[in-house]
Design a protein around this ligand. Sequence first.
Ligand SMILES: [Fe+2]
Ligand SMILES: [Fe+2]
Length: 244
Amino acid sequence: MKSNVAEIAPDLYRISTFHPDYGIQFNQFLIKDDEPFLMHTGFKKMFPLTLEGVASVIEPSTLRWIGFSHFESDECGALNEWLAASPQAQAVCSLVGAIVMVNDFADRPPRVLADNEALEIGTHRLRFLSTPHVPHCWDAGLFLEETDRTLLCSDLFFQPGDPDPLIEAGIVDRAREAMIANLSSPLANDMPYTPYTDTTLQRLAALEPRTLAVMHGSSFRGDGRTAILDLAEAIKETLSKGPN
Ligand SMILES: [Fe+2]
Ligand SMILES: [Fe+2]
């Protein structure tokens, strides 16, 4: 396995590793700035690959912030490896994430971000959005990079395989196909449809992102508002009815 690195927005690097056993990509996003920010740590067992990818952009020991949407191994399994490699690094997460998991799991305490709180990292500013159960997990949150309006959208827009880093059309069709295929897989039910799901997606659409940085599959550049609204419809059609 090997990590592929591509700059998909100004100073925003996608570090992508395709894992053949899973048949999907695991993508981290590194924002190069005065205080470098990494979205997702990747699996603990893939840490050397992620480290190599990060090292091709910055000196890894200068990493300052580690964000992730929710507490799962692909999102934050290598958190302690990163805290050891980068002495100034600190996790940022929701209050629920800190209290329920990260305070206990992490070798250094995280910084808790409130909903809508800004994190200044130099020329870029990140806005934390608390999104419980979107894409999944109680502690979930996402980040909007406000300078260039990139939404770091975690498992939303999931697409399998090893597709191109960045596409400008067709992302919702691919995500819909993946959701339909997933309904009959052993990993079905990854995203709950709750009373807040649609409201949360409408809120994300209203942010009008220009780039959607996707954790599994291609990222997207274009009309992020329409893409999220179309995804919300696809999610409603596919997931709101419950099991067949
Ligand atoms: Fe996840
Ligand atoms: Fe994920």
